[in-house]
Write a protein that binds this ligand. Structure first.
Ligand code: BES
Ligand code: MN
Ligand code: ZN
Length: 511
C-alpha cells in the first residue's frame, strides 16, 4: 500500500526519486503553477520556457519528465498538466488537482518515492492531491507470476505502483490539513480495495468469498456484520436473491454491515448489486458481452467500501450496508424465462429475461433495508446497458423518488469529482412491466430501459422512505486506457459519492 506523508522540507533538499510540479495551459503557452516556485527558481526562472521547448502545453494529463536542476537531491522533475489556467484570483479546481496527481503517480510507477509540489490553496486541495495520487498509485497484480501480492516486484503493467508520496506545501501540524489527508487515506484505501474486489476473477470471488472479505473487514473496523447463507435466505423467503443464484454452483449471500455511532441522529441505508458474474443466465449473453461481467458486483463493492470508510472516519451517522450477492449462471437448476419468483416483500415477479437479474436481488435487499425505516436508502448497481448508451462510460445516472434528494446526490457527486446526471422515473413506463401471471414482470419497454429498471426497484422501496438509485453500469469498469487517477478495470465508481452522502447525512444536510 502506498504511504502518504506531509513534509515542510524544501523541494531541493528532499531525498526522493522525483519532484512533481504543476503546469497550467496558458494562452501563450505553459504556465508553472504555484507550489513550484523553488523548482522554477533553480532552473533560473525558465521552467516554463524549458517545458514549452520540450513540447509541453499544460494540457490536462500531460506528463513531461526532465532532469532536476543541480543542487536537487531528487534526480527528476515531473511536470504534470493541470489543464486551463484559472481566471485571475481563482485556483485550480480540486478535481483538476486530483487528476493531475493521479496522472503523475501513474507516470511514476516503478519509482519508490516522489514529492508532490502542486498548488495547494487550502486543506481541501491537500486532500484532493492526496486522493488523486493514492488512486493513481494503484495496480492489480495478484494474478501475475511476479506480482507484488506474491512478494515480487512486477505489477500489471510490469511496474509496482509508486510506494511513497510526500506532499509539500501542506501544513503537517495544522488540524485541518491533517484531517483532510487522513480522510484521503481512509477513502482511497477502501476505494482501492473495492477496485481489487471488482478486478478479482469470478472463479475466485464467489458470493461466499465476497461475504468472507466483508466479515473480516467488519471485524477489523468494529462494524457489525450478519451474513445470510442460502439456507437462511430460503427460510426468510428471499425469492429474488435465491432465484438469481439458483443456476450457480456458488450459492448466494445477503450481507448486512451495520456501522453505528453513539452520536448519530440519522440512519442511511446503502444497498449494492453484487452479481459476482453475470452470464445472463438462461437468457445467455452473447460472446462480446460477458468478458467483463465480473464487474457486476461493483455496486456491492462500492457500498462495502463506503461503510468501512464511514467507520474509519468515525462519522456521526448510522450507516447500514446491504450487499446482495449472487452469481447469475445457466444450468439445469437455473431460473427460466417464464418462472415466477415470490420476493421477500411478498410480491410476485414473472422473470421474462434472466439477464435482468440485478433488479431481482436488489428488490429483496431494498425491502429488507426498508423494514428498518432508515432516513434514506441509496442503491448502487451496474444495472442496465441502456444507461451506458444514454450517458457513456464516465457518468452514472441518478434516479430518485424525491427531486430534492436526487439533486443533492448529483451535487454531492460533483463535489467529490464524480460525474453523474439526473434521470427521470416516468410513471407511464410502469405499465410495460404488467404481467398476466404475476404482480410485475422483470422487464418492460426496451426504450428507456434504465428508467424502467429504476421504476421496478421503486416498487420494492418501503412506503414513505426517501430513496435514490445510482446506475453505474457505465463508469464502474474502465475498458479503455487509464486516465487521471482512473486505472484500467475496476474504477471504484460511486465510493466517494457514498462517503460524501454519509458525511452530509451526519451533518443533517441530507435525507
Ligand atoms: N449487468 C447488466 C448491465 C450491464 C451492462 C452492466 C453493461 C455493465 C455493462 C445487467 O444485468 C443486464 O444484463 N441488463 C440488461 C437488462 C435487460 C435484459 C432488460 C441490459 O441492460 O441489457
Ligand atoms: Mn444481466
Ligand atoms: Zn447484471
Amino acid at each position: 500500500m502506498t504511504a502518504l506523508t506531509l513534509s515542510t522540507s524544501a523541494a531541493s533538499g528532499l531525498r526522493a526519486d522525483a519532484i512533481v510540479v504543476g503546469v497550467a495551459k496558458g494562452a501563450q503557452g505553459p504556465v508553472v503553477a504555484p507550489g513550484a516556485e523553488a523548482v522554477d527558481k533553480a532552473y533560473d526562472g525558465r521552467l516554463a520556457d524549458v517545458l514549452q521547448t520540450l513540447g509541453a502545453s499544460g494540457a490536462e494529463g500531460e506528463v513531461t519528465k526532465l532532469p532536476a536542476p543541480s543542487g536537487f537531491k531528487a534526480p527528476v522533475v515531473v511536470a504534470v498538466g493541470l489543464g486551463a489556467l484559472p481566471e485571475k484570483d481563482e485556483a485550480h479546481t480540486a478535481e483538476s488537482l486530483r487528476r493531475a496527481a493521479g496522472a503523475a503517480a501513474r507516470a511514476l510507477a516503478g519509482s519508490k518515492k516522489a514529492a508532490f509540489a502542486l498548488p495547494l490553496a487550502d486543506p481541501a486541495d491537500a486532500g484532493a492531491v492526496g486522493e488523486g495520487a493514492l488512486l493513481g498509485a494503484y495496480s492489480f497484480d495478484a494474478y501475475k507470476e511476479n506480482g507484488t501480492a506474491k512478494g515480487g516486484k512486477a505489477a500489471g503493467n510490469g511496474k509496482a505502483p509508486l510506494a511513497e508520496i510526500v506532499l509539500l506545501g501542506a501544513k503537517p501540524r495544522d488540524k485541518a490539513y491533517k484531517a483532510a489527508v487522513e480522510r484521503a487515506v481512509a477513502v482511497t484505501e477502501e476505494l482501492n480495495r473495492a477496485r481489487d474486489l471488482i478486478n478479482t476473477p469470478p472463479n475466485d470471488l464467489t458470493p461466499e468469498a465476497f461475504a468472507a472479505v466483508a466479515q473480516a473487514a467488519a471485524k477489523e473496523h468494529g462494524i457489525k456484520v450478519q451474513v445470510l447463507d442460502e439456507k437462511a435466505l430460503a427460510k426468510g423467503g428471499y425469492g429474488g436473491i435465491l432465484g438469481v443464484g439458483a443456476g450457480s454452483a456458488a450459492a448466494p449471500r445477503l450481507v448486512k454491515l451495520s456501522y453505528t455511532s453513539s452520536k448519530a441522529k440519522k440512519h442511511l441505508a446503502l444497498v449494492g448489486k453484487g452479481i459476482t458474474y453475470d452470464s445472463g443466465g438462461i437468457s445467455l449473453k452473447p460472446a462480446g458481452h460477458n468478458e467483463t461481467m465480473k464487474c457486476d458486483m461493483s455496486g456491492a463493492a462500492a457500498v462495502f467500501a463506503a461503510v468501512v470508510a464511514a467507520a474509519r472516519l468515525g462519522l456521526e451517522v448510522n450507516v447500514t450496508g446491504w450487499l446482495a450477492l449472487a452469481e447469475n449462471m445457466p444450468s439445469g437448476s437455473a431460473t427460466r424465462p417464464g418462472d415466477v419468483l415470490r420476493m421477500y416483500s411478498g410480491k410476485t415477479v414473472e422473470v421474462l429475461n434472466t439477464d435482468a437479474e440485478g433488479r431481482l436481488v436488489l428488490a429483496d435487499a431494498l425491502w429488507k433495508a426498508s423494514e428498518e425505516k432508515p432516513d434514506a436508502i441509496v442503491d448502487v448497481a451496474t444495472l442496465t446497458g441502456a444507461m451506458v448508451l444514454a450517458l457513456g462510460n464516465r457518468t452514472f445516472g441518478v434516479m430518485a423518488n424525491d427531486d430534492a434528494f436526487r439533486t443533492a446526490i448529483v451535487e454531492a457527486a460533483e463535489e467529490v469529482g464524480e460525474d453523474s446526471w439526473p434521470m427521470p422515473l416516468p410513471a407511464h413506463l410502469r405499465k410495460g412491466m404488467d404481467s398476466p401471471t404475476a404482480d410485475i414482470a422483470n422487464m418492460g419497454e426496451r426504450m428507456g430501459g434504465g428508467l424502467v429498471a429504476g421504476l421496478f426497484l421503486q416498487e420494492f422501496v418501503g412506503e414513505g422512505i426517501t430513496w435514490a438509485h445510482l446506475d453505474i453500469a457505465g463508469p464502474a469498469f474502465n475498458e479503455q486506457g487509464p486516465f487521471g487517477y482512473t486505472p484500467k478495470g475496476g474504477t471504484g465508481s460511486a465510493v466517494r459519492t457514498l462517503v460524501r452522502l454519509a458525511e452530509l447525512t451526519a451533518a443533517g444536510d441530507l435525507g
